[in-house]
Design a protein around this ligand. Sequence first.
Ligand code: TYM
Length: 341
Amino acid sequence: MQTILTGVRANEEPTIGNFLGAYLPMINLSHEHANDSQINMFVPDLHSFTTPIDHSKFYAQIIKGIKYYMAAGLDVDNPNVHIYRQSRVPAHCELAWILDCFTPFGEASRMTQFKEKSEEHKESVTVGLFNYPVLMAADILLYDAKYVPLGEDQFQHLELARNIAIRMNNKFDQELFTLPASEAEQVKFMHLEKGLRIRSLTDPTKKMSKSSTNEKSKISLSDDPKVAAKKIMSATTDSEGVIRFDMVNQPGIGNLMAIEALFTHRDLQDVISDYAGQTRYGDLKTKVADTVSHFLSDFQEKVANISDGDVERVLEQGEAYANEVADKKLHTVQKALGLRK
Ligand code: TYM
């Protein structure tokens, strides 16, 4: 059975960018494939402190992250659906160390996210931040995951995981790891034309980022729906004066149309047609504000109805499964390396 796997870090409140870029494609794929695939949605909690966080709130944030997966629509009663914490499956770290030793320093140094984040956190660039994509490769390769629903910003890391798998398979002359599908295949599998990149509401040339300190730039999954609606109403647009889908000259308008289409499960082309020739940006904003605030009210109600006990039960099953699969793979790798007979 093939495996479809993804994770969202629990360091800060996820945004609607995370939701539309990763949760939604994963949930859609889980509905489509839970009978022919293993569906692994885990919390990469060890990835969460590659940049500084507030550790006093961290545990609660992890549990909330799991409630989010459940509220988003993962069918946890299906025996092929697994939710687990990375930190509770020690094989992730063990494999990451092994992969480190087969990853050229130069190749890891080319990761754009490392370059950007190390600029942002100049005083606190850690080895962990540099090593982040190799741990991510271990998260994927341990489970032989072929499909990894991700937003556009993470495809370079997936490519690194593919390169590591190819290198190790060649070196040890066996299919140690299933090769994750290429970016083009991943996108097709998600029924998309390209990886998603929801833009910042205050600077639509940049992506919406959960670590941004500008609250107006992002909508978090825990935002008050009324506050979220106000953020949409004051989103930065342009002075062209006509509603068109043109991500180069009108990225703010294009972003709002993309958000509307994704949340209402409509074709982007249909949303674009609805506004053809229209000039009142306020009408589009009002529609999107309404869509987003309704989504948030409904989602937050679902989260509130999930108890800590529900989370514990799901994790118990998920972590038992994950440890079994991951240990088996680690043993195979240890054998190939000569660590085990
Ligand atoms: P994280 O938590 O930074 O991001 C989680 C997911 O959200 C996507 N994303 C977006 N998609 C569209 N528009 C945006 N503005 C936007 N912002 C974020 C990201 O592309 C990502 O898919 N490294 C991963 C976590 C991870 C992981 C893994 C994922 C660790 N190990 C193994 C898959 C498989 C990350 O970026 O998390």
